[in-house]
Design a protein around this ligand. Structure first.
Ligand SMILES: Cc1cc2nc3c(=O)[nH]c(=O)nc-3n(C[C@H](O)[C@H](O)[C@H](O)COP(=O)(O)OP(=O)(O)OC[C@H]3O[C@@H](n4cnc5c(N)ncnc54)[C@H](O)[C@@H]3O)c2cc1C
Length: 296
């Protein structure tokens, strides 16, 4: 039996594995190889790695883990989970069942693209989710923001720090008059009709097509699709979840502990705020907390 099984071996999971490996604990990490930022050529805001390809950062992390003999990495998808503290089981999709005293869930989330021509092709290239991750590279360009809900109004104010040429696409939704006036006074253009397509070439946007037949020239669009946990193990294990503005996240007690004793969570699955540095941090805490929960 392992001390810990980690499900999801990207930024959060690999960091949890490193802490546990350094604590000389027996760990198996399962990973299906689909990190959320795989659509982007470069990752930003990660100290020491700014601008590197996400896959290169992860490959370096995996290579570092090879120095820790008690850590085993399996390239497989976890399909089923069960058990309780001190005897959890994880079954991979190739049928192997593993057992461990603790679990770390770090399998991330999946973005659910709207049914909008051009959106999927441009995601991570010129359709962007986070200005801290990718805003610097499109500074002072023609930026757009696709309105989703009230938090988009805050995002509109935020984006003005990256470009004064900002269009808010209401996409047929109601924006209260006082918010319109406030944003207009700051120079934001508001376009009301539904968005019908993102005109692009190989993912580089050129314009946004609207239901009234117009199109608005644009270099980059910020968008916030809803997301869902990347698999259902949390539900199989009875882990409580909470609503965030865009999807579900694990409910956390202290130090990345979930509502189920012995199960810890880190990374995007465990937060409404998503970035590589945050995943590194919460993965590290999850690994340390899982370790310290097993002291004799
Ligand atoms: C397009 C885009 C660009 C981004 N750019 C940046 C950036 O520049 N800087 C930044 O800080 N953040 C960026 N982010 C955010 C960043 O990608 C996430 O915050 C980060 O990847 C979260 O790490 P994680 O380890 O929680 O999950 P992920 O990186 O999503 O990894 C989850 C892992 O779990 C695996 N997995 C899923 N289900 C299973 C299963 N059942 N069994 C086994 N394995 C499983 C997946 O295959 C994957 O390898 C970006 C996000 C997007 C969408």
């Amino acid at each position: 039996m392992d001390d810990v099984i980690i499900v999801g071996g990207s930024f959060a999971g690999l960091t949890a594995a490193m802490q546990l490996g350094r604590a000389r604990r027996k760990v198996t990490l399962l990973d299906s190889g689909l990190p959320r930022n795989r659509f982007a050529a470069h990752s930003h805001g990660v100290l020491g790695h700014d601008g590197k390809a996400p896959g290169d950062i992860l490959a370096a992390g995996r290579a570092e883990l090879a120095a820790y003999p008690s850590v085993r990495i399996i390239n497989a998808k976890a399909a089923a989970a069960g058990g309780a503290m001190d005897d959890f089981s994880i079954t991979s999709d190739d049928g192997e069942t593993l057992r461990a005293r603790r679990l770390v869930l770090s399998y991330g989330i999946t973005d659910q693209f709207p049914d909008l021509p051009g959106f999927a092709e441009s995601w991570g290239k010129s359709v962007l989710h986070c200005p801290y991750c990718h805003g610097f590279e499109v500074g002072d360009q023609r930026l757009g923001l696709l309105y989703v809900a009230e938090f988009s109004l805050h995002m509109a104010s935020l984006l003005l720090d990256w470009s004064r040429d900002l269009t808010l696409f209401a996409d047929g939704k109601d924006i209260p008059a006082e918010d319109r006036d406030r944003l207009a006074a700051r120079g934001v253009t508001i376009v009301d009709p539904k968005v019908t397509a993102l005109e692009n070439q190989a993912g580089q946007l050129s314009a946004i097509a609207l239901a009234d037949g117009r199109s608005v020239g644009l270099d980059a669009l910020f968008a916030h699709p809803r997301n869902a946990p990347a698999c259902t193990l949390h539900a199989q294990l009875g882990v409580d979840m909470v609503e965030t503005p865009l999807g579900l996240a694990t409910k956390l007690l202290e130090r990345q502990a979930t509502s189920v004793p012995g199960i810890y969570a880190g990374g995007d699955l465990a937060s409404g705020m998503h970035s590589v540095p945050l995943a590194l941090s919460s993965g590290s805490i999850a690994g340390v907390a899982a370790h310290q929960s097993m002291l004799a």
